[in-house]
Design a protein around this ligand. Structure first.
Ligand code: NDP
Length: 275
């Protein structure tokens, strides 16, 4: 039997690439661990985690829509996870949790900045820069909270649009950060257009007036899908540079791997496992 077992819980979860990615990392390092996807319906997170704990699972990643419930199960909560009220990485033995979405996301922005030649992108992540880059953040769920907080801390100017406006208001109050709330998903003036909604899961379009977007802007979708998401297809038609959810999946997964195992994650292997 493998020496350690890991899982990702979510609903839906069958499409998750996390098992493939972590298994590829174990194989590259000669580790005989196992990582599986476990479907957990809403409201069942506590009992599911108790069960996995009883089965001696070591670590669990948490995906949509359980990041808040997972945090509530934990007794040792990392300050960032507590602040954004979302945990995506759990260690079961001591009921500890962290959030690797926020630091993972900032890592992917840094890579984008390095790859890009454009002047606008070169302001990304430059805390010391006098020109504050602007992000249009779409959504107000668990991932939006983590990313909004990370971006605000890194000196970004935030504009936020969410289908349910009150949820965006609650998010800002909870995070104690400043942002402009928009009544339309208008990308005008944004250097980064960031889709954290799960609209693409339903194949839905967000109705963004792309003609207002700067041609230097980057369109970034947390989701990934073969053939792209409606959001990224529309952005590409407008001629924008795009980034899908795979680099983030790899980055947050690598940080989780390192927290659980205490050894450097084979990042390139993990990223390539998502191709
Ligand atoms: P939540 O369920 O917490 O939030 C969902 C958000 O999407 C809400 O803002 C909701 O708006 C909005 N939304 C859902 N459907 C629609 C729609 N049809 N039109 C407009 N808005 C919609 O989810 P999470 O924040 O946890 O995750 C969001 C997405 O990001 C998921 O698809 C997840 O897979 C992906 N993700 C990917 C990661 C990666 O590693 N690549 C990491 C983290 C997340 P409302 O408030 O109005 O309901």
């Amino acid at each position: 039997a493998p020496a350690a077992e890991f899982a990702v819980i979510g609903d839906p979860v069958s499409h998750s690439l996390s098992p493939r990615m972590h298994q590829a990392a174990y194989a590259a390092l000669g580790l005989r661990y196992r990582y599986v996807a476990v479907h957990v319906p809403a409201g069942e997170v506590g009992p599911a985690l108790d069960h996995l704990s009883a089965l001696s699972y070591v670590g669990v990643n948490v995906t949509v829509p359980h990041k808040e419930d997972a945090l509530k199960w934990c007794t040792q909560i990392d300050p960032l996870a507590r602040r954004v009220q979302a945990a995506n990485t759990l260690r079961l033995a001591d009921k500890a949790c962290i959030n690797t979405d926020a630091p993972g996301f900032m890592e992917t922005l840094e890579s984008l900045r390095r790859e890009a030649g454009s002047a606008v992108l070169s302001t990304i992540n430059h805390q010391a820069s006098t020109i504050k880059p602007t992000v249009l953040l779409l959504g107000a769920g668990g991932s939006a909270r983590a990313l909004a907080f990370a971006l605000a801390q890194a000196g970004w100017r935030l504009r936020i649009y969410n289908r349910t406006r009150e949820r965006a208001v609650e998010m800002l109050n909870g995070l104690e950060i400043e942002a402009e709330l928009l009544s339309q998903p208008d990308p005008e003036g944004a250097d980064l257009i960031l889709n954290t909604t799960s609209a693409s899961l339903q194949g839905a379009s967000l109705g963004i007036p792309w003609e207002n977007a700067s041609r230097d802007a980057v369109a970034y979708d947390l989701m990934y899908a073969e053939g792209g998401t409606p959001f990224l297809r529309e952005a590409a038609e407008r001629g924008l540079r795009t980034c899908d959810g795979r680099p983030l999946l790899a980055a947050q997964g690598a940080l989780a791997f390192e927290w659980w195992l205490g050894v450097p994650a084979p990042r390139q292997v993990m990223l390539e496992a998502l191709d």
